[in-house]
Design a protein around this ligand. Structure first.
Ligand SMILES: Cc1cc2nc3c(=O)[nH]c(=O)nc-3n(C[C@H](O)[C@H](O)[C@H](O)COP(=O)(O)OP(=O)(O)OC[C@H]3O[C@@H](n4cnc5c(N)ncnc54)[C@H](O)[C@@H]3O)c2cc1C
Ligand SMILES: COc1ccc2c(c1)CN(c1nc(C(=O)N(C)c3cc(Cl)c(F)cc3C(=O)O)c(Cl)s1)C2
Length: 447
């Protein structure tokens, strides 16, 4: 707050115009600050959207809350997002079965196009004169303590010097802002590349432009040490993501070995993708790596802050990366409101209160990576899910299963984990009690 009691307009540089950076620019614009958004790539609204190639993501309540704050939730839910009410599990014989996300209240998650959502948020910033967007600007140097940034304009090949009251790094898993932050003393950092990579394939729409599979589902082909999933697109195509160890990808190096592999493990997907397209896309592409990043603190004094994947890239096996990044923006906005834009209070409090939750979702996603590939096929998973669903139905305010709390509530991720721990304890004692009753029953019968 300025001396005269009026709110001080900050000059804020947001590095990274992806999903989280563009949303953060919008949040800050709505607070009246002068925002300059710098994005390495060109404006994605001008890049041709290759048909049926859009990469999509699962939007759940944490991300919806942020979009609601900036007035975009209704548009996404009513005009773009495709509701997914259940998982559709594909067995190797091609038969399928459903596992609803929330049988009690029929809540669902939404499949949204990454570029569509990014473009929508960027477009919304056009309504604010206090937002400047600079595309083709790559951050190459940062002096965070001084609020000084150097960008390479990839168009002109010239450099651009920028000074800001606040630098927000939303520049993704390989963040340049975080790299500068790592020079700070007491900055903790760890990263993990998992052994699996992912390759995106496409199930096109039918000749008459309809979905080839039931639309309102997240389709999963769980196969033990690898898995495939498919999310629906607005154009009735599916973005299919195959997760598999890099060495397995490497072993599939010919049309014959590829078709043998898919015939054995994903036979029903071959006619859906199309044999020719499968061969072209699989052998013509290469698997991308998956990186998890944990670091803290997220701020440098009252000068700089990292959010989104720059702060906490997670493996995608909970569908929460974007949702967690959007939740960063929501929580940061609440702190701006509570501390009247006083960065000396906001930034340290964001770091101190957020890292436990981002570490928790990172661990949950990594656990899912290890479990999920065949978890949904395990009887123990289905028994536990049935018990969770029953107790959730019986005691909805008390017993919120882990998957529901992560996906369908804004309960802090670390509380979701604590919740699960006491539920495990209760179920363990319940199990012992049942065993004891059976033992007493059998003993009484045999006496
Ligand atoms: C296979 C896969 C599936 C996923 N599925 C889901 C899902 O279903 N649901 C979900 O919530 N999340 C999902 N995620 C995670 C989600 O994609 C990320 O969490 C999200 O994109 C993070 O957004 P971000 O803006 O922080 O980073 P990014 O999306 O990486 O954006 C960073 C931006 O910064 C720019 N940039 C980078 N370096 C510089 C620089 N030096 N100077 C200027 N600009 C720079 C980049 O060009 C980019 O535009 C998935 C991720 C993967 C890999
Ligand atoms: C675009 O690429 C990707 C890649 C991975 C994901 C997504 C999009 C969206 N993802 C979601 N995961 C959950 C979830 O909570 N769990 C436990 C699951 C975890 C796995 Cl790995 C899975 F296959 C199904 C579920 C499931 O429950 O449906 C959601 Cl809810 S959405 C994972």
């Amino acid at each position: 707050m300025a001396e005269n009691g009026l709110k001080k307009k900050l000059n804020i540089a947001v590095v990274g115009g992806g999903l989280v950076g563009s949303l953060e620019a919008l949040y800050l614009a709505k607070r009246g600050h002068n925002v300059s958004l710098y994005e390495y790539r060109e404006d994605i609204r001008n890049t041709p959207q290759v048909r049926g190639r859009s990469i999509n993501l699962a939007l759940s309540v944490r991300g919806r809350t942020a979009l609601k704050d900036v007035g975009l939730e209704d548009h996404i839910i009513q005009n773009h997002g495709i509701p997914m009410k259940a998982r559709m599990i594909h067995r190797t014989d091609g038969s399928t079965y459903e596992i609803p996300y929330d049988a009690r209240t029929n809540q669902c998650i939404y499949s949204v196009g990454r570029n569509y959502l990014n473009g929508l948020v960027l477009k919304e910033t056009e309504n604010y004169k206090n937002v400047e967007k600079h595309f083709n600007h790559k951050l190459i140097e940062a002096n965070l303590q001084k609020g000084a940034l150097t960008f390479l304009n990839t168009d002109t090949k010239g450099t651009v010097q920028v000074n800001a009251d606040l630098i927000i790094g939303a520049d993704g898993a390989f963040s340049a802002v975080r790299k500068a932050m790592m020079k700070q003393p007491l900055f903790d950092y760890s990263q993990k590349y998992i052994e699996h990579g992912y390759l995106e394939l496409c199930i096109p729409p039918t000749e008459d432009g309809q979905f080839q599979m039931p639309a309102n589902y997240l389709h999963i082909w769980p196969r033990g040490n690898f898995m495939m999933i498919a999310l629906p697109n607005q154009d009735c195509s599916w973005t299919v993501t195959l997760f598999m160890p890099f060495q397995n990808f490497k072993a599939i190096d010919s049309e014959e070995s590829l078709l043998d592999f898919f015939t054995k493990y994903f036979p029903d997907s071959i006619p859906l993708i199309g044999q020719k397209r499968l061969v072209e896309d699989f052998l013509g592409g290469s698997p991308s790596p998956l990186l998890a990043v944990k670091c803290r603190p997220y701020n440098v004094a009252d000068k700089a802050l990292i959010i989104g994947d720059a702060a906490h890239a997670v493996v995608p096996f909970y569908g929460q990366g974007m949702n967690a990044g959007f939740e960063d923006c929501t929580l940061l906005d609440r702190l701006f409101q509570y501390h009247h834009d006083d960065l000396a209070k906001i930034l340290p409090e964001f770091s101190e209160t957020r890292w436990r939750d981002t570490f928790a979702i990172s661990d949950l996603a990594m656990y899912n990576y290890i479990e999920m590939r065949d978890l949904v096929t395990r009887p123990s998973y289905l028994v536990r899910k049935a018990m969770d669903d029953f107790l959730f139905w019986l005691l909805p305010g008390v017993w919120v299963p882990l998957y529901n709390s992560v996906t369908f509530t804004t309960m802090p991720y670390s509380h979701c984990v604590k919740n699960r721990e006491w539920q495990n304890t209760v179920l363990l004692y319940l199990f012992y009690f049942i065993i004891f009753c059976v033992f007493v029953g059998v003993w009484s019968y045999l006496r």
